[in-house]
Write a protein that binds this ligand. Structure first.
Ligand code: CO
Length: 158
């Protein structure tokens, strides 16, 4: 396992749409292991492959203390409700703002072996799933709010 460099806002890679994972092979396992280690090292609670420069539809979230969920090729099946809580991102260090997200989300995804599963998340974890899923489409949480748009303007980044 290795710690990989986090791609930060301003790098155009972050704005690209990630492609589906098609090979559930050793290199995917290595990527996921590295993502997890990188997330732990940087005190993150979620990380997507694009944040380590790999444009594939995969992310990891910490679902409980030292418990991690690997999410590959996710599809959002259902969302319900609304919450609005503070959010941050490893790719946007030092900036936090409240973002409205669904209170509940249900996804279908694959594990590192390609096996399909469904996962339901609420509140904080629903936020994490939506935030990471956005990364796969080149969307960042700063796109959603006035404070976020001001941040981008001030920093001169997209
Ligand atoms: Co993020």
């Amino acid at each position: 396992m290795a710690i990989r460099k986090i791609v930060e806002i301003g790098n155009p890679t972050l704005r690209k749409k990630s492609k589906p994972v098609v090979d559930f092979d050793d290199s995917l396992g290595e990527l996921l292991d590295d993502m997890k280690q990188t997330m732990i090292e940087t005190n993150g609670v979620g990380i997507s492959a694009v944040q380590v420069g790999v444009l594939r539809r995969a992310f990891i979230i910490e679902t409980d203390t030292d418990k991690y969920l690997e999410v590959i090729n996710p599809v959002i099946l259902e969302t319900r409700g609304k919450t609005c809580d503070k959010e941050g991102c490893l790719s946007i260090p030092g900036f936090y703002t409240k973002v409205e997200r669904p209170q509940y989300v249900k996804i279908e995804a694959q594990d590192r072996h390609g096996k399909k599963y469904q996962y339901e998340a609420e509140d904080y974890l629903a936020k994490a799933v939506c935030h990471e899923n956005d990364h796969l489409n080149g969307v960042l949480f700063v796109d959603y709010t006035k404070e976020g748009r001001e941040y981008k303007k001030k920093k001169g980044v997209e």
